[in-house]
Design a protein around this ligand. Sequence first.
Ligand SMILES: *Cc1c(COP(=O)(O)O)cnc(C)c1O
Length: 717
Amino acid sequence: MATYPTLPAFPDRINRIGELASDLWWSWHPVARTVFRELDYPLWRITAHNPVRLLRTISPERLEQVARDPKFLAHYDEAIAGLDDTCAARTTWWHQVAPNGQGANRPIAYFSAEFALHQSLPIYAGGLGVLAGDTCKEASDLGIPLVGVGFMYPQGYFHQDVTADGWQHEVYERLNWADAPIQPARRADGTACVVAVPLGNRTVLAAVFEVRVGRARLYLLDTDLEENAPWDRELSARLYGGNHETRVQQEVVLGLGGVRALHALGLEPALWHLNEGHAAFVTVQRIREGIESGATFDEALERVRRTTVFTTHTPVAAGHDAFPFHLVETHLAGAWGSLGTYRDPILALGAYDNGGGVMFNMTALALRTSGAVNGVSRLHAQVTRKMWAGMWPGVPEEARPVRAITNGVHAATWVAAEIATLFDEFVAPDWRERLDDREMWGRVADIPDVELWKARQALRSFLFAFFRERGRHRWMAERATPAQVVAAGTLLSPDALTIGFARRFAAYKRPELIFYDLDRLARLLAVERRPVQIVFAGKAHPADEPGKHHLQRIYCRALDPAFSGRIAFVNDYDLHVAHFLVQGCDVWLNTPRKPLEASGTSGMKAAINGVPHLSIGDGWWAEAYTGSNGWLIDGGAPPDDWGAADAADADALYRLLEEQVVPAFYERDENDVPRRWLRVVKETIRTVTPSFSTRRMLKDYVEQMYVPLLLQSKAGV
Ligand SMILES: *Cc1c(COP(=O)(O)O)cnc(C)c1O
């Protein structure tokens, strides 16, 4: 187990700066970001905005210097006051809506296999993690007593290295614990928290780490302890690494170990939220606890149901974890303990035939043990009701208990400073507090076009500066070939219309749709006075060969002179790259095969920055598109005829680009301002920000799922 490093001592006047750096609260509060930027700007950039690392490497002289600098101290004091104000007990939105006495020792436990809070804590792969991370931050903002539970993953998810011929290699790096905003979680008596998890016929120990996220806390399990066998130490090494067998074991540790960790920390959650089926073994542990305290199996199950919320995330059948029974039986054996007689009814809770014969299905387990279930967009909830029909025999589709709570993004995390400044001035100084106030966002109309355009231009130029910096680094430090430097986007033009496409490379997302007609695309990109360029980024899952082939073909297009150097592929998509892309592109492209995109969130991040969406009407866009806030790609062909749908959707995409997107962007007034374009930009911000933020989303969770369950379980129904 890694020992938690302590930061050096700081000058007295700024002795709480380490505390500020170790609470991710800093990451969404501009004044705290300013503090670290001002400390040492070059170091801030080199560390990819990691204040813990910054503080470990900065020179003591520099610290002494800022401790005497009045301007710096003003920012420092303001940031510390903000952090203290957040953590002070005060009335929050939660207090206004929660049942009486719903206090901090009865939190809402939020289980997720990944959390994307900041690039300095690489324990996420993609959208699911971003949602979980944004949820924690929003819980802090709203004062919801949420504690996240997940894994530490010392090797995290992989870094993506793309060879000169476009093949993805996965590079795993051990996290430098000293640089991460974590600390050992402590029990009430001050000792570091380690829990014992029954796994098969043995016991595995898991250390528990704590991450501070303003008012919210995140607890992460790590099995890399000397006391464990070598193969058990590796269990939590990587996110989504390994085979089925590793995966079952990870999920047993997360479910059983997570519940035990919370108890060990003195927490007795009032509600348990399962973010995707990975954590569904939580319910098995809790059923066992119920039986041990004297309930019958049915009573214990009923009690679990009254206090469990489940969010399902994928309309792709193969995306739901399902294991052969013997695997579950083997690795869950320790969970029955003295309850061997309940083995069969527990295994029955997961039994489901999702196309490949009856298996132990984690989503089925979660559906059968939860009192409230939601899909992550209206369309996805509809698909879920159909897809899991076998769960509710005889129940008509509309009556199947799956509600829709559409995903959102944490605006303060994703909005660029240049855009936030305009909101401060023209929307409302307290827009962050009133994020879901739709009327207030009408004031976006008051932002002067010239200023909005200046901000958009600046953000695009930051994106290209970032590409050049990375390209230079690859050239210098990684000995990249000239072609790789070109592919990294170094030839892109800072004034051209830039389309962004960044997400996991999976076949259903149809990353190559825009290449359907190569000549038509090449013509579109090459127009002398109205050039268009496309930036791609994204990782393919290590085991996803077709995904890697998509990536490789796109990489080769980036190297193909036929496309005039106007296509780029940016390596190693992560939260850091995502920030530059969603803020700096002009249009955000999404071309999934409908209805396989559950929600999608990158388009929301782009939209709040004034980057309109150009997308198939799938996931969130099916309910967000108004006719004037972006563009809807709809070829009109039946979606299950894949060939026809691809042809029709590609044609529709080209037509939109040729007839609407490109002309609007390049139509300029006498001051070179694209008035028509900015009308779309403003509509994008106005309509998307209040409705597709985690503010709206988490309030929906609380009002539609958390509070009703809390009231019901209080009443003992
Ligand atoms: C937002 C985000 C995603 C999810 O994007 P989708 O549009 O939902 O596919 C994935 N990875 C990173 C790094 C992100 O920031």
